[in-house]
Design a protein around this ligand. Structure first.
Ligand code: SAM
Length: 221
């Protein structure tokens, strides 16, 4: 077939904004209960890195606000998400737990952020990149709003290059729009960027399915 595998692969992996909103409308009421335990180790590791820093933090794809209570009180946290249903849960969490260090929660698309350049000292995105429709554009935006010398902390599932996990991910890729995330997702999208330098890359226990990445924005601090 002309155009072959590359075309077919990008088509089966596509997730669009309505898929995301629809998927997270369903997940919002039960997200913490179902996904909380599975994703806890990565979230705890990422928040520990963020808490060691100072200043303003942007949490991209803040979801139900499951991490908001874990941030140290010396930080000012701004969160955003595409899903109004997930944000409703996050706003409830902020009110119930009286989280005064949460400055604002916005409904916003990670591929088109309404923040000036270099607005944040730290940008964190946990389990988000595989769910966004345009991950390269999202990385551009996260880099733009992070100040030079600031850090981007990511926790994500990145594709296995070979072996049984790679085969399963290829098989699941056709269900990406129904799942609301991409089983196949190369790490190069996050790390092959001239404006960012790698600080740390760590597999998250127990199975190493998720990876923590710390990237520093190049330039004069
Ligand atoms: C798997 S959940 C992760 C939520 C949270 N970060 C956590 O640690 O559990 C992915 C979140 O990313 C959000 N999301 C997906 N695409 C987005 C986009 N383009 N802009 C903003 N948020 C997006 C979803 O609505 C969802 O809340």
């Amino acid at each position: 077939m002309p155009g072959g595998a590359a075309t077919a692969r990008s088509e089966i992996s596509r997730v669009d904004e309505s898929d995301v909103r629809r998927a997270y409308r369903r997940w919002a009421p039960v997200y913490n209960f179902i996904f909380g335990p599975l994703t806890y180790a990565g979230r705890r590791a990422a928040v520990k890195c963020v808490n060691a820093r100072a200043g303003r933090v942007l949490e991209a794809g803040v979801g139900t606000g499951i991490a908001l209570g874990l941030y140290a009180p010396h930080l000012r946290i701004v969160g955003f998400d595409l899903s109004a249903d997930m944000l409703d849960q996050a706003r409830r969490t902020v009110a119930e737990k009286k989280l005064d260090h949460v400055e604002a929660l916005h409904e916003m698309d990670a591929a088109d952020l309404d923040f000036p350049d270099a607005s944040f000292d730290t940008v964190v995105a946990m389990y988000v990149l595989t769910t966004v429709p345009e991950p390269e554009r999202v990385m551009d935006e996260l880099e733009r709003v992070c100040r030079p010398g600031g850090e981007i902390v990511l926790v994500n599932h990145f594709s296995a290059e070979r072996g049984p996990r790679a085969a399963i991910e290829r098989m699941l890729a056709r269900y990406a729009s129904r799942l609301g995330w991409r089983p196949e997702f190369p790490v190069s999208i996050a790390i092959d960027r001239p404006g960012l330098e790698g600080v740390e890359r760590r597999a998250i226990a127990p199975f190493g399915v998720f990876t923590l990445l710390r990237l520093r924005r190049r330039g004069q601090a």
